[in-house]
Design a protein around this ligand. Structure first.
Ligand code: 4NP
Length: 153
């Protein structure tokens, strides 16, 4: 199973989603990556506050580097989780096959089915925003990880 987490900058939310899911999945045949719909922060480390909130929860995301989402990602991944509606729409616009569109999901629909809730962008806010994002992603990733491990059995 190959899973891609997507946000706008690939420095705040999707690096956390990648690290959190990685920490929860036991099945070794799982590959998890993240990308941004923009290339604004290409090559950069995750935001300091994402690194900190992850580290407080025993997750190290410092080895990650920001990269832009590319159309080839539709071939390379089975599931693409977007953090908000704008990321979702941007990724869907790049898909030209129905099978690719089906791979794209709003991540919080795992924990709040059919509600299409957004993981709020914490970039311009305070530290509480990062903690809030961590907790939301933690709940969603618990569910994703249990599905992966269930299917791997
Ligand atoms: P992210 O947060 O999409 O969660 O990585 C953002 C990071 C950078 C910017 C916006 C959102 N930016 O405009 O540079």
């Amino acid at each position: 199973m190959r899973i891609l987490m997507v946000c706008l900058g690939n420095i705040c939310r999707s690096p956390l989603a990648e690290g959190i899911l990685q920490s929860k999945v036991n099945f070794k045949g799982t590959f998890i990556d993240s990308a941004g719909t923009s290339g604004f922060h290409e090559g950069e480390l995750p935001n300091k506050r994402s690194i900190e909130v992850a580290f407080k929860n025993n997750i190290d995301i410092k080895q990650q580097r920001s990269r832009k989402f590319v159309v080839e990602d539709f071939e390379n991944f089975d599931l693409i989780y977007t953090m908000d509606e704008s990321n979702y729409n941007d990724v869907i616009k790049l898909s030209n096959k129905e099978v690719d569109k089906q791979k794209v999901k709003m991540i919080l629909n795992e924990s709040f089915p059919d509600q299409n809730l957004n993981v709020p962008d914490p970039y311009y806010g305070g530290d509480d925003g990062f903690k809030n994002v961590f907790n939301m992603l933690n709940d969603a990733c618990t569910i994703i990880a249990s599905k992966i491990d269930e299917n791997a059995r």
